[in-house]
Design a binder for this molecule. Sequence first.
Ligand code: FES
Length: 741
Amino acid sequence: MPHRPLAPAFDAMSDDYYRDPAVHFAAVRDDHPVFFYPWLNAWIVTGREDVLTVLGDWTEFSSSGNTATIDVPPKWRHVVPQDLMEKMIVGTDPDLHTLHRNIALSGFTKARMEALRPEIERRAHRIIDAFEASGRGDLMEGYCLELTTQTLLAHLGLGWEHDAMMRELRGLTARILSSAQEEMPAEVFDDVWERFASAFSILVTLVVERRAAPGSDFISEMAAARSRDGEYALTVEEVALHVTEFALAGADTTAQAMANAVLFLDKAPEALTEAIADTALWINVFEETLRRRPSSPFASRKAMRDLELSGVRISAGDMIWVSLASANTDPGWVERPFEFDIHRSDPADHLAFTHGRHTCLGQNLARVQGSTGLKVLFERLPSLRPVPDPALDFVRMALLPVRASLEVTWDTRDIERQKKRVKREMELTVVAKNAAADGVVAIELAHPDGGDLPEWSAGAHIEVHVPAATGGVLLRQYSLCSSAERADRWRIGVLREPASRGGSRGIHDGLTVGSTVTVGWPRNNFALESSPRYVFVAGGIGITPVLAMIERAEAAGAEWELHYGGRTRASMAFVGELERHAGRVHLVPQDERGHLPLTQIFADVAPDTLVYACGPEPLLNALDAALAHWPEGTLHTERFAPKKVVRSEPDTAFEVEFALSGETLTVPIGASILDVAEERGLTTLSSCREGTCGTCETKILLGRADHRDSILTPREQNAQRSMMICVSRAERGCDRLVLDA
Ligand code: FES
């Protein structure tokens, strides 16, 4: 037997290795570029050149050793045939590998994965919604694995009922692959195979069903793929087998990388600050994380002949484990190998996705999902950090070590702060569309999976991406008028405007039951303050926010009355729902009773009363006049259109400092603060751009604003705490504003 050099300092099961595999390798690499590791009965290759040699030549270094020794227990071979395991993509060589890989690859092309980015972003927000209030938790289970598993389920066309199975398959597939190379106690081995066989038979049934009735998912695509001779390219068992591989590679590895990124960023706070300020850097963060710590630290091959690597003789049939973690930090190839540097000239130049014919076919998904997942996580919770000295909680397998948990904490004050800064959207389905009056349609929206929608409060509105007749979308805001009792449904009421710029027409004509529509999270610029008594005034479609307010006032046991005016009785929406409040509701159709008698209604000042009104400009102006003798702060309004703002002096240019980025910009005459911020690429949220939606509200840190919006009350405007940067400017005499943006 040829001499087998050992590296006694190397221990793939030690805490030191699990803490940082690359650092552990650095201690042995110089003296032992290639060494024998008896515990695995395999050679370990650490130098980058040798690693590239092994990965680049499948004729001399075969992947077949990865699966050839997987031993399916006889009692499960009727479910999982023994020869099937050799067809795992990770364990095949050309030509079989090429056939299976090409079919699998078609589901993970760059273009397809990029198209998933908005959906992944919305999913990430939704997951964070569920845990953000806790301030502490396990990032692996609570976020990283949740995101990657949900994405994979959606891509494969698997419903929620298969969620637990896919999560279990992740660990089981890793265990089975490791069993080919590492000893496993007999009772663990039996348990793993029993559970794997059970999940596998469910998958086979699913594939059979998809083959018979294909959907638009990737399992259906694989099941339907044909070879040149017109036969199915893969058997149903082969399709099911690849799904088990995706469960591991598609969910676990990216989740591991996201958790590792959080750990690296904790030690590189300047990189975190930069990525939060410039979201294009999140892909660099993800790549640098993979360079420093590949999710799979090794790839394994079998030597097909006697050969030499770095002067060490290796015999035909020997297993070789190449260290991707070591190759990525080889000082002969990379400068400052242990520095977490997100500005490397080619951030993707690493071997975490391996090299050669077995280059990871899910790398496009990993990149899109990893960078998007991190971006959203820190957008929402910028103070999130690992707990000091987090537990080394790993499922310890040398080939595929799996981090089981990562405890993190964050400041829950992030939640309110970030609501103003992060635009959150989701795809909802139109589940009902009914006439609510002449020219008014009520649209009900629900999440496709039927779950609860984000919380909202009376007076809130949502931004709807309305399909425009000319293509593209129009952004429109509509008040929520659903009942708080249906947390899984939102309702909006939309009037068809004769002078529509396309928004109401798009809703009336473009949406039908079953349509998918993108909507933003609820925002509330018209929140109902607590009071023992309310007077509500609604004009036309202005009834929508008031409906939710009435329900809230009822629930709180407050006294209330509604004065609701409209052109005709038939044009007044939701009157049927208001009938049960007879005595409190005063309907005033204009063609029958004229205008709302506001002077009469508000003749006498009533103590402890707040007035909430929504309607057209003339109604709100009349209300302003009718309430002139009431205490300041009584009237709260929401407008359909921006207030007319007239200034006797012409506008002047002024300077704005954006405190978060440190940028100071000049706002010229004719441009808004929002315009110059966007032009400079600063992150600012906006929607209506006319001062009516509140999306761009920004905190004032220094200086005074000339408020021109239609949202803030006079008292709020005087307080000078925030401003709508789409319309408001610096007050005359204030040359410089400092904003919290
Ligand atoms: Fe709507 Fe500024 S973008 S208020």
